[in-house]
Design a protein around this ligand. Structure first.
Ligand SMILES: NC(=O)c1ccc[n+]([C@@H]2O[C@H](COP(=O)([O-])OP(=O)(O)OC[C@H]3O[C@@H](n4cnc5c(N)ncnc54)[C@H](O)[C@@H]3O)[C@@H](O)[C@H]2O)c1
Length: 247
């Protein structure tokens, strides 16, 4: 029970890393507001899991951050953990990229994280062990063809999180970010199912010779959310099976 009675928000909680994290946090005693878009499986993804309350709402909607934080505080009476995990990808070469494609990725991946943090901070200040955990990507540091918006957004997450850590340390609020490698989730599986050769390449890039699973990230998020991580802030934690060791 490493998160006993802590109140948490987890975004992108219908699938992949967010889903596994919401459930692991709840197993460890947290009360979790699990947020995902209305078109997702969020209203059923946590059926039968005690401690998880679903909320179907896009984090990028006008007014969503205030509503999400408001719902968590109204339901749990407090807020201790904000896990900003929802994210979208997209492959667009810069020469052909539309403003809408760029702005959608930035809006979900980085702007919404800032707005959710901004809405959460007044409540986190009242927590004895407040945590902000943001999901970035190894693509905050690496890149690939067509990933300009995604890489820029994830580098933005790193910069945002380090600055949050600097600004919020005096309130005993930590802020850290995860850099997942190649993880089998709703974001990657549709491609890897039809292109097992691509999945194979990614798994072999890791010295551990496997793809990551959502639980690998959930355990890292749990550590950062727990009391064990109380002196860690402004840190980017690679959870990538060593993918980034070799260039
Ligand atoms: N899978 C990987 O290999 C990988 C690698 C590096 C980073 N990541 C990051 O991990 C995070 C989680 O992704 P995942 O891999 O679990 O993928 P996923 O697609 O399984 O889960 C992402 C969830 O975010 C939700 N989401 C998207 N836009 C949203 C919005 N506007 N409001 C609320 N929810 C929204 C989706 O509906 C989905 O349920 C993302 O930030 C992603 O960029 C994933």
């Amino acid at each position: 029970m490493r998160l006993k009675d802590r109140a948490a928000i987890v975004t992108g909680a219908a699938s992949g890393i967010g889903r596994a994290s919401a459930q692991l946090f709840a197993e460890e005693g947290a009360l979790v507001l699990a947020v995902d878009v209305p078109t997702s499986q969020i209203m059923t993804a946590h059926d039968g899991v005690a401690g998880v309350t679903p909320l179907a709402l896009s984090i990028a909607d006008e007014g969503a951050p205030a509503r999400i934080v408001g719902e968590a505080v109204a339901k749990f009476g407090r807020l201790d953990i904000l896990f900003n995990n929802a994210g979208v990808s997209g492959r667009h070469f810069v020469e052909e990229m539309t403003d809408e494609q760029w702005e959608r990725i930035m809006a979900v991946n980085v702007t919404a994280q800032m707005k959710l943090a901004r809405a959460a901070i007044p409540h986190l200040k009242a927590s004895p062990a407040a945590r902000i955990i943001n999901t970035a990507s190894v693509m905050a540091e690496g890149t690939d063809l067509g990933l300009a918006a995604y890489c820029a957004s994830k580098a933005g997450v790193a910069g945002l999180t380090r600055t949050l850590a600097l600004e919020l340390g005096r309130y005993n609020i930590t802020a850290n970010y995860l850099l997942p490698g190649a993880i089998e989730t709703g974001m990657t599986k549709p491609l890897w199912d039809v292109r097992p050769d691509v999945a194979d390449i990614w798994s072999k890039k890791s010295p551990l010779r496997r793809l990551g699973q959502p639980i690998d990230l959930a355990r890292a998020a749990l550590f950062l959310a727990s009391d064990e991580a109380s002196f860690i802030t402004g840190h980017g934690l690679n959870v990538d099976g060593g993918l980034m060791l070799r260039v």
